[in-house]
Design a protein around this ligand. Structure first.
Ligand code: BG6
Length: 368
């Protein structure tokens, strides 16, 4: 609801802690370190028989699908990947009986995702939906699914729906993991992390003034990079997508590891980089890449964790650091995503643009 808010996107962004609580409610099994997902319509034997997971969605739903794929691989050790639903159907895809197909959609009406679901089912595959709108076309066509309970989302740029999609993937990954080799201790560790999340999201949202100042600086550039690797790369893609769709600035996501294979040629004092640097096994390599950017006078916004040592970059005038709260490493991507929404929102506002209605875009694309 827009209420006293300046826009739907603002209201929906601020609603994320509550939306996170709703998607988790009644679905966490603390005793056995697993999740309850009645709507999936898959029993433990069927879950164990899954050999591969293929995730399909468009736009933000596709990027969060990439986050979900990496969580499923990590926790359940099942090969998983995400593909743009808009491409999938056009290459006469091979549909396998022991693959679990997952369709992700806020509206449940996106035509490309719906046609992908129909193609899979026509060829005998099994599809579950991660869908927000109850009774929507995709929800009806799937064999089962997880409703997101994000509440109505009006702004074109997805915020709370995306967060609930990520959490629905966590619940799915937890269950797929626990029917396989994921230990009960690991299951409980993740559940404790998920329970902390609403409060941690709130603490990032509370830093609105600080993020608004950084956004103002970013809004001054015509072109930006968003970089991350492994778990951080889909976050960079989502961050670049949000920024470009509501500010009309050129924002491009790259794997940090690929910088030296191309984009470094474009770095200058006029091209800022927003870098995702979680405190994980890649932190030192990521920080080394930031030095490459700083050496070419590229301004940096570093989204990272408290305690990560940026060395002499911290003192550089062009560097701004945003520390997000630490959760379990598998859950961290969603906390890294939140400040990127806030940055895009404030950049658009600063430029006098209506974040709710970006030019040329529709909330859901229901015709081919
Ligand atoms: C796009 C919207 O057209 O559809 C994106 O502009 C959205 O914001 C995408 O992520 C997918 O929509 P849905 O409803 O299938 O999640």
């Amino acid at each position: 609801e827009i209420g006293e808010h300046e826009s739907f996107m603002h209201a929906e962004m601020l609603e994320q802690p509550r939306a996170a609580e709703r998607v988790l409610r009644g679905r966490l099994d603390e005793r056995f370190g697993t999740s309850h997902l009645g709507g999936l319509n898959l029993d433990a034997r069927e879950l164990r028989a899954i050999r591969r997971v293929k995730i399909l969605g468009c736009g933000s739903a596709y990027y969060v699908g990439q986050m979900g794929a990496s969580m499923i691989e990590e926790l359940a050790r099942i090969p998983a990947d995400a593909e743009a639903a808009s491409e999938f159907r056009y290459r006469d895809p091979v549909i396998e009986p022991d693959t679990l197909y997952v369709a992700v959609s806020q509206s449940g009406e996106t035509i490309d995702t719906l046609l992908a679901v129909q193609e899979i089912r026509r060829k005998g595959g099994r599809v579950v939906g991660l869908v927000n709108v109850v009774g929507s076309a995709i929800a009806r066509e799937c064999d089962g699914g997880i409703y997101l309970h994000a509440g109505p989302e009006v702004a074109v740029a997805s915020t709370k729906a995306l967060t609930t999609m990520f959490l629905a993937f966590s619940l799915l990954a937890l269950q797929l993991g626990r029917v396989r080799d994921l230990s009960i201790a690991d299951g409980k560790r993740l559940i404790a992390g998920l329970q902390q999340l609403p409060e941690q999201i709130q603490s990032v949202l509370d830093r609105d003034d600080e993020l608004a100042k950084v956004a103002e600086r970013l809004a001054a550039s015509d072109s930006l990079f968003f970089i991350g690797r492994v778990r951080g790369f889909p976050v960079a893609r989502e961050g670049a997508q949000k920024f470009k769709e509501i500010t009309y600035r050129h924002a491009e996501a790259y794997q940090t590891s690929e910088l030296k294979h191309g984009p470094l040629a474009l770095i200058s004092e006029d091209v800022p980089t927003v870098a995702l640097v979680p405190d994980d096994e890649l932190v030192e390599r990521n920080v080394a890449a930031l030095h490459e950017i700083a050496a070419r006078r590229g301004p940096l916004v570093v989204v990272t964790h408290e305690g990560v040592d940026l060395g002499d970059l911290s003192a550089a005038p062009g560097t701004h650091r945003i520390d997000v709260p630490r959760n379990e490493r598998e859950i961290d991507p969603i906390l890294l995503t939140i400040p990127l929404q806030v940055l895009a929102y404030h950049a658009a506002k600063h430029l006098g643009l209506d974040a709710d209605k970006p030019r040329n875009l529709a909330k859901s694309v229901t015709v081919e």
